[in-house]
Each structure stands twice: as structure tokens, then as C-alpha cells.
Design a protein around this ligand. Sequence first.
Ligand SMILES: Nc1ncnc2c1ncn2[C@@H]1O[C@H](COP(=O)(O)OP(=O)(O)OP(=O)(O)O)[C@@H](O)[C@H]1O
Ligand SMILES: [Mg+2]
Length: 468
Amino acid sequence: MIALSLAEIAEIVGGQSYDIPDPSVQVTGSVVIDSRLVAPGSLFAAFAGEHVDGHDYARVAYEAGAVAVLAARAVGVPAIVVDDVQGALGALAREVVRRLGTDVVALTGSSGKTSTKDLIAQVLQRHAPTVYTPGSLNNEIGLPLTALTATSETRHLVLEMGARGIGHIRYLTGLTPPRIGLVLNVGTAHIGEFGGREQIAEAKGELVEVLPQDGCAVLNADDPLVRAMAPRTKARVLLFGEAEDADVRAENVRLTDAGQPSFRLHTPSGCSDVTLRLYGEHHVSNALAAAAVAHELGMSADEIARALSEAGTLSRWRMEVTERPDGVTVVNDAYNANPESMRAALRALAAMGKGRRTWAVLGPMAELGDESLAEHDAVGRLAVRLNVSKLVAVGDREASWLQLGAYNEGSWGEESVHVSDAQAAVDLLRSELRPGDVVLVKASRSIGLERVALALLDGGVEGEVAAR
Ligand SMILES: Nc1ncnc2c1ncn2[C@@H]1O[C@H](COP(=O)(O)OP(=O)(O)OP(=O)(O)O)[C@@H](O)[C@H]1O
Ligand SMILES: [Mg+2]
């Protein structure tokens, strides 16, 4: 964080100082909520969680070098006391970002936020110092904590924004007002909490409503609910996608034999060829979104294409490819799943597995409501059409739909199996995998199918894992 005295911080957050002998002492380090991350010069923000209360760690934090604690009550060590610690953290972030004058890029969407944010960060870093959300810390606490890591060097601040209801994005944009706002897609994630797709679009679209006139709304031309957000903003609109009228678009999209998408990138300032190091064609949309943001910030098509082609995965379990020493390739995409990314992952598996045996270890896709049966059935059928050698459907009802879809498409017998849980899948794979096989593992987050991928890697036939 930029250096601020305790007196300044107290004023910004409207707090009262307790046990502070010298209010001119400055916070020079980071703002943290976990006392184990405190370093000399930190400000420790005490949150009362479900299981632990940060206030109980105030002294530990102070002894580890925290200058003071941002707290809801006096804690016996220097503290700035406020009614609402979360609100105070937000106010501090808002003021720091305002003083720095850093350009904020905010992005939201139902899926692909973290993947796209990681791409944007890797592209913009080529251009100027960039601070970005680590992992998926996209809520009312993670977002201000990230913003507070910006320094006077920071030119771009790239922030992932998550929403579980109406008003959430508006709240986050109030903390770090963006100049560039990107909406990726409106899917079905958290549809239960929202009530329906229209409500999700309503909530995500709050991002473009807050953009200033000299700002830019970057919208997915291929998603009708996102495209329809254009009239909700005063800002200029930049469309990305495969649609003909998109400002930033991809042509000749194909998958290489390794399963990595390659395409010709068109931007208003030129064209250039891209081959991603990421797997699965859903990343084309993510890459185009990143390209549109980079274009808006002044990068040329060549610079963008080069940066995209060199970008790797910064966050785990998203099409994470590992070669085992025995030649088995494990593709861990167990972070999450929806119908579109299931199809993309299966196509990538088919491309990577040419001439090899391919295994699709698939579990339920959550939150599909009435469409659940049809979507699972369709994924099962696609596995057969893509010639996947063996489908292992893991779980209860949804898994039986996956298997039935496969069975009906190809009258499969032994090529598809239904197992009840992750352990059963591991046991099966351990006994049947042969050198050279490719295994994809994918399902919605809640089932925890990454355990299968991790078990295959840890307990690999030859033991040790080559690369993680
Ligand atoms: N453009 C996309 N379209 C559809 N699915 C995608 C897309 N990009 C990624 N995914 C899928 O979504 C999963 C989660 O990706 P990612 O973590 O990037 O999304 P997220 O929006 O940040 O999720 P969260 O809401 O958990 O933060 C991936 O494993 C992949 O299956
Ligand atoms: Mg995320």
C-alpha cells in the first residue's frame, strides 16, 4: 500500500484511535486479514468469521510487526476502531485507488473470469506494471485487499468481480470505479440464488452502468444477453467474439494436435496470429476479451498476439496438463464445469489424444435446473461422437444421464462405465491405465473431482510426477 499515517487512515475510514501513542506512524506494508501474513509495517484488519475471530489475533499481529489493527472494538494494542470493518476496508481501498489515479479494468461474467483475468494480466504486464486479483479473490473483501496492493508504480489494476445477487457488482465498482468494464458471458452459475438468467444479466450489467463517458464497455458479441447490455452504458462499446461485427474477433479458429486453440486475431489496429498455450476452445473467447482490453489500452495486434501466445495458466485445475513419467497425460479441469466448457474440454481431449487411448472422467454439472437431463445426455453423446475411448461417469443421477447419453449414441457397452464416487474412479483408472493414455477429469466444483486427478498424479504408476 502507499504509505499512510494512522491519523490519515483513521480519517479516511471515520474510525477512532485506541492505544495509539503516535498517530503519525505510517503503515508502509500490506493490509492483511490473516495474522500469519503480517509483516513489519502491515495493517491488520480483524474480521469476525464463522470459526475464528480476527480480534483474538490482534496481539499476535501486533507482535509480528503490524503497525495497528483495523477493528470493531478496542483490542489492547494500537487500533483504529470502526463500526464496520468491511466498510472501512472498502473506504480505504477507494481512497488509495483515487489518490493513485490508477486505471481500473474490472471484469465479470458467469464463467471464465479468473482465466480471462490471468490472460489480461499477462498481456498488460508487457505494457506497464500491472496489479491483479490473485486467484479468484473477487468479493467484497478480496477486491479491496487486492486494490490496496497497488503502488505509485502501478499503471493497470485488473480486478475480477463476482456476484451472487443484484447490487453486488454495483457495490464492488463503488470501491474501485472502473474505466474499462468487461462482461464475459451470462450463464447459469448461481442461477438458484439469482432466480433466472435475466436476473443474472441484470446483475452483471451493473458493471457497464457505472462506466464513465470516456470509459469503455467490452462486451461479448457472441452472447445475446451480454450484447444487449450496450444501451445500459454511457461508455463506448467494444465488441469481441467470433461474430462478423465484433471489433476484436477471431478467424480460422482451430485446435492444434496438442488441443491448443489457434486463430487469426483481428483488432481495429491490425491482425496477427495467435496460438494459445492453454487448452480448450473456450479460451478463444477469453483470449479475445483480453485482446479487446489490451487494444483499448493502446497495445498493437502483434504485441497482443505475442503476449497471448506466451501466456500460461496462473490458476490451478483449469485444463492443467501434466505428463506422467510413464507417458500417461492427465488433464485436470476439475475446477468447475458447465455444458460449454465440457464440450470444449472433450474436443481438446480428442485433439490431444489422436492415436492414443482417451479417457473422459466426467461428473455432474451443477445448477442446470430443468435442462440438466438434456445437457448431461448431450455431453455423453458428444463423448461418443468425438471417439473418446472410454467414458467414466462419476456420481449419482447426473452420471447415469451422462452414461445413458453415451450408450444411446453409440450403443456402447464396455466403453462407458458409471461409478459412484471419486475413489471408485481412481481404483478403476489405476488398474486400467496404460502408458500413452490421456485422461481428462472434469465436473462441477462441488463434487471435488480434482481428487481423481491428484490421486493419479501422486500415485502414478511410476510414482513421481514430472511437472506440476
Ligand atoms: N469462456 C468460457 N465459457 C465457458 N466456460 C468457461 C469459459 N472459461 C472458462 N470456463 C470454465 O469455467 C471454469 C472456471 O473458470 P474460471 O475459474 O476462469 O471462472 P470464474 O468465472 O473465475 O469462476 P468463479 O466464479 O469460481 O470465480 C473452467 O474450469 C472452465 O471449465
Ligand atoms: Mg474466479
